[in-house]
Design a protein around this ligand. Structure first.
Ligand code: APR
Length: 247
C-alpha cells in the first residue's frame, strides 16, 4: 500500500495537503480528540468560543497562554520538513491546515492556508485596527486578559473561535483547490469539524485520490480512491516525499 501511495504522489500533477492536530503530535502538541485529547479535559464552548471570550476573557486567555507556552520552542518534526521538500520538488503544493500553531510556515512551507487562523498573532476584539505578534515576552508580561493599547478593549487571539465564520477567501480557495486537485494527502485529522472537514470529501467527489495518514480510523470512507496508512505523520511523510531516512 505504501509503495502505491509513493508512486501516486510521485505521479500527481496537482497535489494538495490537508492537515489537522495529529500533524503536530510528534512535535509535542496535543490533539483535541482521541485518548489524551484536549477536549476530554477542557470545554471548547467555554474556552474556544467567541461567547466565552466575551463573557470570561480571563479564563479564555489563561487557556491560550497555556497553549502558547506549550507551543513555545516547539519545532516542526521530520514530517513537516518532508512536506517542505515535496513542495520544493513539485514546485506547487498548497497546504490547507486546521492547525493554528504555525508549524507549516516555520518549516519553510509557502502557500499555507490557515483555515482556522493562527495563534501567533492577536488583534483588538472590537476591531479598532490594532494587532500584534503573540510573543512569549508579550504573554509573560501582559495582564490577563491583555488589552488593546489603542482603545482599551480586550485583545483576541487571531484564531477562528467556535461561533465564528471561517475566513471567506480562505475557505472558498480551499474548496476550489479540493475540487481541482488530482491527489490530496490528509494528515492527522479526525475529519469531524465542518466546513473544513468537507475538504477531503470535495476532493473525492471530484475524482481525486485520497492518501490518509492517521493511526486511527476516521470518517473517511473505505474505497478504491482512499489509501489509509494507519501510521504516524513523522514516519510516513518522509517516505511519501521520497526522502526515506534522509530527513
Ligand atoms: N500522526 C498522524 N495522525 C495522528 C497522530 C500522528 N502522530 N497522532 C494523532 N493523530 C490523529 C488522531 O488519530 C486524530 O484522528 O490526529 C487526529 C486529530 O484529530 P482532532 O484532535 O479531532 O484534531 P482535528 O481533526 O485537527 O480537529 C479539527 O477541531 O476543535 C477543533 O479547531 C479545532 O482545528 C481543530 C478542529
Amino acid at each position: 500500500m505504501i509503495n502505491r501511495a509513493i508512486e501516486l504522489v510521485r505521479r500527481s500533477v496537482r497535489p494538495l495537503v490537508f492537515t489537522g492536530a495529529g500533524m503536530s503530535r510528534e512535535s509535542g502538541m496535543r490533539t483535541f480528540r482521541g485518548d489524551d485529547g484536549l477536549w476530554k479535559e477542557y470545554r471548547p464552548e467555554q474556552l474556544s468560543s467567541i461567547a466565552g471570550l466575551r463573557s470570561d476573557p480571563g479564563v479564555v486567555w489563561d487557556w491560550y497562554k497555556m497553549r502558547l507556552m506549550t507551543g513555545e520552542g516547539v519545532e516542526p518534526h521530520a514530517g513537516y520538513h518532508a512536506l517542505t521538500c515535496l513542495q520544493n520538488e513539485k514546485g506547487e503544493l498548497p497546504v490547507i491546515t486546521q492547525n493554528v500553531d504555525g508549524l507549516h510556515k516555520l518549516a519553510g512551507q509557502t502557500d499555507v492556508l490557515e483555515i482556522h487562523g493562527s495563534m501567533r498573532t492577536a488583534s483588538c476584539l472590537e476591531k479598532c485596527g490594532f494587532s500584534t505578534g503573540l510573543t512569549p515576552e508579550l504573554l509573560h508580561g501582559a495582564p490577563t486578559p491583555p488589552v488593546c493599547p489603542s482603545c482599551g478593549a480586550v485583545l483576541r487571539p487571531d484564531i477562528v473561535l467556535f461561533g465564528e465564520p471561517l475566513p471567506p477567501k480562505i475557505i472558498s480557495r480551499s474548496y476550489e483547490l479540493a475540487e481541482d486537485c488530482d491527489l490530496i494527502i490528509v494528515v492527522g485529522t479526525s475529519v469531524q469539524v465542518w466546513p473544513a472537514a468537507g475538504i477531503p470529501f470535495a476532493a473525492l467527489e471530484n475524482g481525486a485520490i485520497v492518501i490518509e495518514i492517521n493511526p486511527a480510523q476516521t470518517e473517511l470512507p473505505q474505497s478504491e480512491s482512499v489509501i489509509s496508512l494507519r501510521r504516524k505523520a513523522g514516519e510516513i511523510l518522509p517516505l511519501l516525499a521520497g526522502l526515506k531516512g534522509k530527513v
